[in-house]
Each structure stands twice: as structure tokens, then as C-alpha cells.
Design a protein around this ligand. Structure first.
Ligand code: UDP
Length: 458
């Protein structure tokens, strides 16, 4: 449905990681469908696919990343480099856009929360700035309490205290607190604090979540922040006139859909660890045997780069997949939205990146949770213990544990209860987007806010 155009542009800036680009482009589509003109400004590294968005203007700027730096194997290091180096380039790019008479006047910049360098850029150009947080609110609440958690001795995380409860953040234990493997562990703490400071000085925060799912965290964040917050998710379920879900950097292998068509309802385990997580060759083999021993059909995304030191499936025994007689299907990248909404899919073995977690919830698919780093541990804890739509596997990937986890969801009664609960969450996720629903109301507030923004060209 084409709405009346508003005669205003919004510039959006993604962090160049798959799990950040896709929701930002979805947000852009939502805003376009409400009458705003859209300009996407972006680094040259991991440029979004502009051909999928002929209705947007794209404005790249140089990122100064060398070939070896332009890699997602250490996302924190990558983000820090962009924060350090890109301010002059974004300033130049935005100055040109602001003075371009062929564009609708620019109301504001919406930038990914991780790109905190945008504050100084926007301040220097007198351009209002909103922030998009692509992760969940519950994990963000944990990030907002990092200084307190450090003072109270929970951070840095000590493995030997993993089972200790974090009294300030039930039901989290120390082992659930966000952690990241990076060149300089102190850099993670500093990054989180800086992100929080710059976010609090923005004119508002947009979340890809919804009230009913994360009311407790959203309530606390509203009290803590003196800026408005807009939970308008799930983004990918908004009806827009654009092309939601075209933000993939990899081409999905559609062969898995006809394969799923041949399977019974709720019988298939879908396995994917997103775009960044890596596993060892030994872990890949344990995963494979756990899946085989579970006797359930499985669709497995093994992305090139998933297995450290191996191009793809080379670590598996020769003929392993063929020996399963069609029970297992492996792809390099799946059309995840279509897969999760397929009736054959009965569970999602996930690393609990926020997008994957939310997509699973929106399709009513229970999860086998295996979080690896950053906010994933908090998401997994909420999926298993708060929303009760998942089981968590132990820290080590071991075939017997994998088989047991799959059976708990696919075969046992507790799995049935989780599926019912997941279907309730799916229903809530759909209702919040309808007329009068919580996310629709937040979106109306956001649109009013953006229309009231005054950049220096109004
Ligand atoms: N995804 C996909 N196909 C795949 C694997 C992942 O389309 O085979 C998408 C998935 O739908 C999600 C995103 O990639 O939107 C991954 O984001 P998430 O936050 O779950 O994890 P990250 O990649 O950031 O670790």
C-alpha cells in the first residue's frame, strides 16, 4: 500500500554485519512505506545489495579498512576500527546529502547503536540522531548495567563463578553474562560503556522487539533513559510496500524448500548458527553425529567459514550425509524466513543471535539453544527460562547431549508444551502489529517524532 509521501528523507547507517544490515533495511522499508524517502549510507565493506532496493538512494563512504581488517571474524575489532576511522568520511557524505537540492529535506540520521562515532558527526552538522538497537531489550539492560556488574565483581566473567546467580538480573547466572572473544578483552567493556553513553545522548532508540515479549526490560530501560524508546518489532512481520528480507549478503539456497515439502509436519530440526559464529572440526563432527543419532530429519546450514580451518564439510567422514538416505540436507545459506515458517520445521537449533531468536518466536518454533558470545547467552536464557520455548545445551558440543536435546523438543512431552507456548508468542507477535497493537502505537509515536525533527535544512 503506497502512503502519501511526507516530503522528508531519513538517512540510515547500518553496521556492516549481516545481523545488523538486515533489520536496518527492514526498518528503512517500514519507514518508506509510511511516506519517508530513504537514503542508506554505508561502508564499502559489506555493502548492502542496492539492486534489491530501487526505491532507496544509496550513499557509500570510504571505510579505510585494509583487506585483512575487512573481516567479521572479530566483529568488535572491526566495529572499533570503523568508530575510530570513519567520522570525517561520514561527515563529508552527510554534508553532500544535506546540501543536495534534489533530495527531500533530511529529518534525521538513524544509525546502528554500535556506531557511536555518529554522535560527534551529527552534532557537528546539527543533524538529529536516532539509534537503532538490533539486539533485544533484555540483553541491552544487561549491557546498561555493566559498570554496576563490574563494581560488584561479576565482570570480568570468571569461569569458576559461572553457576553463581546475578542477584540484580534474575534469572541470569554469571555464565550468562555477555562475553566476547577479541584481541583485547578490556576493549569490550569500554565499547559497551561508550555505546551506552552515546546512545543516551541520542534523541531516541528504536528496538526490533515488542512490548509483550520484553515488557520488564523495556520498562526498566524507559526509567533509566531520559530519551524516548520505540519498540516497533518484529520488523520482518510489518506489511510494507517494499522488499522486506532482501538484506542478505549471501544468496540463499532455495533447494531446501522442496526438500522440506517432502517431510512430515513438525518433524525437521533446522540448524543454523548465523553469520559469524565459528566451530572447530571436532565440534562439527559431534554436531553431525548428534543429528544423525537423533533419527530426526535435519536441515543444516554450514556456511563457508563456519568451520575453523576447513572450507566446508571436509571434516565429516566420507559419505556421511549420503549415508543418511535423505534424512539430512545441508546448504551454505538458507532462506531462513521461509524455512522457519515451513510446516515441516519442528525445532530450531540456534546460536540465539537476536534476529534468529525473534524469527523463531514469530513462527512459533521452539529452540535448541547453543549461545556462543555477546548477547546470545542472555537471549538463550530468556528463551529457555523466561519464555520457556527452548532447551539449552551445555557449553561443550557433545553428540550424546545433542541427541538428548533434540529428543527433548521433538519427542518428549516438555517439547509439546514448548511448542504450545511458542505458538502463543507467535500470536502475540502478530497482534502487536495490528491496529491499536503495541508496536503499531510505538511506530506512530516514532513517525510523529521524526516529523518533528529539525535538521539545518528545514
Ligand atoms: N540467516 C539466513 N540464512 C541462513 C542463516 C542466517 O537468512 O542460512 C539470517 C537470519 O534469518 C538472521 C540473520 O541471518 O536474520 C542472522 O542474524 P542473527 O542475529 O541471528 O545472528 P548473527 O549472524 O548476527 O550472529
Amino acid at each position: 500500500m503506497e502512503r502519501e509521501r511526507k516530503g522528508r528523507s531519513i538517512v540510515l547507517l547500518p553496521s556492516p554485519l549481516q545481523g545488523h544490515i538486515a533489520p536496518l533495511l527492514e526498518l528503512a522499508d517500514i519507514l518508506f512505506s509510511h511516506g519517508f524517502s530513504i537514503i542508506i549510507t554505508h561502508t564499502l565493506f559489506n555493502s548492502p545489495n542496492s539492486t534489491a532496493y530501487p526505491h532507496f538512494t544509496f550513499a557509500p563512504f570510504p571505510d579505510q579498512l585494509s583487506e585483512s581488517e575487512a573481516s567479521t571474524s572479530d566483529p568488535l575489532h572491526l566495529t572499533n576500527l570503523i568508530n575510530i576511522r570513519c567520522a570525517p568520511h561520514l561527515t563529508r557524505c552527510l554534508s553532500l546529502l544535506l546540501s543536495d537540492p534534489s533530495l527531500d529535506p533530511i529529518a534525521c540520521l538513524i544509525s546502528d547503536a554500535a556506531l557511536h562515532f555518529t554522535r560527534s558527526v551529527c552534532d557537528s552538522l546539527h543533524l538529529p540522531r536516532l539509534v537503532l538497537r538490533t539486539g533485544g531489550a533484555s540483553s541491552f539492560l544487561v549491557f546498561s548495567l555493566f559498570p554496576l556488574l563490574r563494581r560488584r565483581g561479576y565482570l570480568p566473567v570468571q569461569e569458576c563463578r559461572g553457576e553463581e546467580a546475578v542477584a540484580e538480573l534474575p534469572p541470569l547466572k554469571v555464565k550468562d553474562l555477555p562475553k566476547i572473544e577479541t584481541k583485547d578483552p578490556e576493549a569490550f567493556y569500554e565499547f559497551v560503556c561508550r555505546m551506552m553513553d552515546e546512545l543516551k545522548s541520542s534523541s531516541g532508540v528504536i528496538w526490533n522487539t515488542y512490548e509483550e515479549l520484553e515488557s520488564s526490560a523495556l520498562g526498566k530501560l524507559t526509567l533509566e533513559f531520559s530519551i524516548p524508546i520505540y519498540p516497533i518489532g518484529p520488523f520482518h512481520k510489518h506489511v510494507t510496500s517494499g522488499s522486506l528480507s532482501s538484506g542478505a549478503l549471501m544468496i540463499p539456497d532455495e533447494s531446501c524448500i522442496p526438500w522440506l515439502d517432502t517431510k512430515e509436519p513438525n518433524s525437521v530440526v533446522y540448524v543454523s548458527f548465523g553469520s559469524i559464529v565459528a566451530v572447530t572440526k571436532r565440534e562439527l563432527v559431534e554436531m553431525a553425529w548428534g543429528l544423525a543419532d537423533s533419527k530426526q530429519p535435519f536441515l543444516w546450514v554450514v556456511r563457508p567459514g563456519l568451520v575453523t580451518g576447513s572450507p566446508w564439510l571436509e571434516a565429516l567422514p566420507d559419505g556421511f550425509i549420503e549415508s543418511l538416505g535423505g534424512r539430512g540436507h545441508v546448504v551454505k545459506w538458507a532462506p531462513q524466513g521461509r524455512v522457519l515458517s515451513h510446516p515441516a520445521v519442528g525445532a530450531f537449533w540456534t546460536h540465539n543471535g537476536w534476529n534468529s531468536t525473534l524469527e523463531s518466536i514469530c513462527e512459533g518454533v521452539p529452540m535448541i539453544c547453543m549461545p556462543c558470545f555477546a548477547d546470545q547467552k542472555v537471549n538463550a536464557k530468556y528463551a529457555s527460562e523466561v519464555w520457556k520455548v527452548g532447551v539449552q545445551l551445555g557449553k561443550e558440543i557433545e553428540r550424546g547431549e545433542v541427541e538428548k536435546g533434540i529428543k527433548r523438543i521433538m519427542v518428549e512431552d516438555e517439547g509439546k508444551a514448548m511448542r504450545e507456548r511458542a505458538l502463543q508468542l507467535k500470536e502475540e507477535a502478530s497482534l502487536c502489529l495490528k491496529q491499536g497493537g503495541s508496536s503499531r502505537r510505538s511506530l506512530d509515536r516514532l513517525i510523529t517524532h521524526i516529523l518533528s525533527c529539525n535538521s539545518n535544512r528545514q
